[in-house]
Design a protein around this ligand. Sequence first.
Ligand SMILES: Nc1ncnc2c1ncn2[C@@H]1O[C@H](COP(=O)(O)OP(=O)(O)O)[C@@H](O)[C@H]1O
Ligand SMILES: [Mg+2]
Length: 1049
Amino acid sequence: MLSTFTLLRRNSELKSLEERCNRILRNMEASLTARDRVGIQDFVLLDNYTSETAFLDNLRKRFHENLVYTYIGTLLVSVNPYKALDIYSKSQMDTYMGVNFFELPPHIYALADNVFRTMLSEFNNHFILISGESGAGKTEASKKILHFYAVSCPSTKVLNNVRDRMLVSNPVLEAFGNAKTLKNDNSSRFGKYMDIQFDHQGGAVGGHILSYLLEKSRVVHQNHGERNFHIFYQLVEGGEEDLLRWLGLERNCQLYRYLVQGNCAKVSSINDKSDWKTVRRALSVIDFSESDTEHLFGIIASVLHLGNVKFETDARGYASLNNNQEMQWVSKLLGIPAQVLQQGLTHRKIEAKKEEVFSPFSVDHAVYARDALAKAVYGRTFNWLVNKINESLANMDSSRKTVIGLLDIYGFEVFNVNSFEQFCINYCNEKLQQLFIQLTLKSEQEEYETEGIEWEPVPYFNNKIICDLVEEKHRGIISLLDEECLRPGEATDLTLLEKMEEMIGGHPHFVTHKLADQRTRKTLERGDFRLLHYAGEVTYCVVGFLDKNNDLLYQNGKEVMQQSKNAIIKHCFPSTEPDRKRRPETVVTQFKSSLVGLTEILMTKEPWYIRCIKPNEAKLPGRFDEVLVRHQVKYLGLMEHLRVRRAGFAYRRKYEIFLQRYKALCPDTWPNWKGTAAEGVQCLIKHLGYKPDEYKMGRTKIFIRHPETLFATEDAFQVCKHNLATRIQAKYKGYRVKGDYQKQKEAATKIENCFRGMMARKEREKREWAVRIIKRFIKGFMTRNDPSSADNREYLAYVRQNYLTRLKENLPKTVLEKDSWPTPAPVMNEASQLLKKLYIRHMVRKYVQGMTEERKAQLELKVQSGRMFKDKKENYPYSVCRPFLDTRIGTEDISMKVMQAIRHERVKYAVPVVKYDRNGFRPHPRQLVFTQEAAYLVEEAKIKQRIDYSSLKGVSVSNLSDNFLILHVACDDIKQKGDLVLQCDFLFEALTKLCVITNKSDLIQVVQGSVRFDIQPGREGFVDFRSGHESAVYRAKNGHLTVESTRSR
Ligand SMILES: Nc1ncnc2c1ncn2[C@@H]1O[C@H](COP(=O)(O)OP(=O)(O)O)[C@@H](O)[C@H]1O
Ligand SMILES: [Mg+2]
């Protein structure tokens, strides 16, 4: 058997890891916090594990919280809730799919899933043994498991087909094989072992059902408060009108003898009508043709009719049937001639000396024969049904399959009156208990052995002694029963009892009225025997044992059936029945060998157990009958099982799993342990401080002695988990972001590469282009002076363009700048000349056009001035830029008196001058005024001298930079004053004006060195001009006026 917590199997294909983790964490938290309130989920972790009271307390606590499942290791204890719980939904199935046993609260789905996954991973066969007494919930459990597989297995169209057949086979089998008993409203009256076949991917590809010993006696007899098989009631209640008419039935169960003996045809918990519909639908799914169903219901109806066949006594006291109506219906439905049927029901065939003689039945005999026929017909039809279902579930593919077997067999049952059927059923349970004991103890022992752990055997009740009592060869009850059945002579049930008393009288588990002590005897009838079964005492009434064991169907009855036209009956009663001379095996022997066969089937498979417990006898929810449950706990061997599981160690787990779960609790093992798992666990538990007696290291597993040790570890893990989750989350987020970053970086690099490539290509093209251009340029440059050719054409065009552009930007702004004309390349010389000429002309024109009259007059004066002084007088160039004014002294600044004196002559120009007098050359400031007629030298209000222009002989100026001028006057009159020696700052202006006014262009003489002048007529003076370092005017020793001027100003 696998350890408590089986291997976490790979199931990522079923669920995303994240979803799964979340779910597990949620559930673990929930289950841990609920630990105290709702008891312990696994009895193995129960502190006081030897105490039955503690065990029951835990079971009760959980039961009242609707927690009907509890583990003992991998064994599932299930308490019948007797109410619908909301724990079998699809989402619950999803939750349990692919999850470790210990990760979620106990559930039948967890077990089913674990079996399934173990099968897939280990590729071996398994079976689930569901045991418990009648009504404990075995059949429900098996259905839940089947449903779970139907939902959780991989699905395809073909697989779904198989799945549907498997699912619907259940209601059909239940209809024909289940009945209401006092113990259970849906009690299985046959044993059922179902193999579900899986392919290597876990798809359910087929199934096979083995049925065991149907309780046929129920067809003809039911105890009070019980019913016949469901199908009869379903047909009568639910059957369509047409069908009933065709079958000769009426919609009233009370009309049929076989249905009313228990006096409870109607049961509130059963809805026959809707069950009928379910069965009808199911039949079509499992390949029942129209004629199959016709024949099947024909048989069911004929059984009902048979039950109503009444025999009359004829004159001789024998049974007779006078064209009985019911018999006619049987004849019609089974397709047997009425005559033959009538003969068969009322006569027995005796073979004497190769002759066949028909001997008539008494009425009692006839009734017995009729019932026997009814039982045989129903029993064989049931077997046919199972075979038919098996055909529809069969998988033809020969590839290897693995199977999960589901064993749902009738549970141990005790009624007020127990008969042969109970004997068989309880014997079967005895055998299964044996198997359970063997397998659980064996595997446990093996586990300790293989792990090298010391093991102490646990005492337990071995029911082998009871099995032997029943089945031992020659001495066992079965042997004695068979012997009585087969021996010649008058054997009766009572002779059987006597024989048993004789042969096994001293057996501790066997007692009869005769053998019992005083006290016990009171509880026993004379025809009773009592067996002390593992599950309790059962008193059997020996009446009917031989009959039922013989299961005698008179030969005649068989032959009648062989004539049937009903295909099913034909099949069930083949004409080639085994040699009628040889006695058929008795029922109990057949049953015994089928159980041996079953044990053999089971022994080759891995076992899993579900132990069902019935909480009360009243089938009520919420009621926990302590005594009843305690009894079941005891006989189911749960305490022993627990003790065995705990024989030393409460808990074990594979090193890998343990390390994987708790490695976060030790820094050395987190996050990854490098060494072997065993070393890792050693390191981990050392860190956790496990004491040496708290654990043992096996070969592949760690064994932990006390549950608290595990709880402490688990609690520590719960605390640690949150921190861990945060860290993992952070890591994961980091990882994600890093991944994104990496991607972006790669993308950026790619883009960059592309961009760089593109740029480089562009750059190269540009360079190539540049090289071409430069080459052409250089070639053009080298051949620039050659005649125009392909080589230099472009260059020259460039030169031209370049020059023109340069020229455009550097054109002289004024005429005066004309020398700044850009120098052209030789090819442009001519063009440049032409352009220059053109441009200058253009500028001149523009200049001239833009000139005012005044400016023009002014310039004319300047031209006049230039004509007179240019290149003659040293300081002339400096005057060029000084514009001439109309006058330097306004008329308002000339004395009124003077103005009056010269009024008639019109003042043209006046300028301040310095006059050097003739005697001593002293300077005096004066005004020099030119009128139309004459020039006047004015001293304030006094005209000092008037020089009529006609008497002005000329004006002398030096060639130097001084501003002296000497006006030479014709001097006829002695009284007249002589020449004037003046200095004027506006020399050029004044003299130009004078020339214009006098209209004498030759008036001015530029002289070098000295100028002679007349001081008075006849008296001469000289002015000497020279250049010097400083300007100076003085009278030299020679009496000359010396004027020194600097060369430049
Ligand atoms: N898990 C369950 N949930 C609800 N009711 C249940 C459950 N198991 C059993 N029962 C009830 O108990 C009855 C008997 O169960 P069944 O499985 O037929 O018993 P068994 O097969 O052991 O004789 C069912 O008809 C049903 O009403
Ligand atoms: Mg059942």
